[in-house]
Write a protein that binds this ligand. Sequence first.
Ligand code: AMP
Length: 143
Amino acid sequence: MNVATILKSKGSDVAKLGPDVSLQDAARLLTEKRIGAVVIMEGDRLVGILSERDIVKAVSQQGAVALTTPLREVMTSRVVTCGLNDSVDEIMDSMTAGRFRHLPVVENERLIGIISIGDVVKHRMAETVMETEALKLYIASGA
Ligand code: AMP
């Protein structure tokens, strides 16, 4: 199973905002869409990612004034991405090593989706259930 398989079932929708949008507007978007991260785009260029962690950090450091801060000042600019052919094991390694739960999917320098740790867990569980059922059938067949 790879990134392409996951995107096939979840779709290619990605929540995006511009770098001049305020932290409060980003928090509103995350709440409305019930997601944990938003990708920051400048035109077609991926320039950052902002997750709920960044919001908590900014508010804890600056207080309520943080909510008016533009995203370019609080986002993570060095974004790790994955490609359609990356395996689930590879993206799990990447998330573990980088200690983050979101990976934008980029192909030919174009943003085409985003994978969250929730998507990975969901597909891993489905895969495990399928393997278990296949093993049960094999054992029951007495082959
Ligand atoms: P998360 O676990 O995704 O909520 O993110 C934890 C921290 O890692 C936050 O500071 C995010 O801005 C950052 N982050 C999230 N995803 C990525 C990514 N793909 N590449 C680099 N940093 C990221």
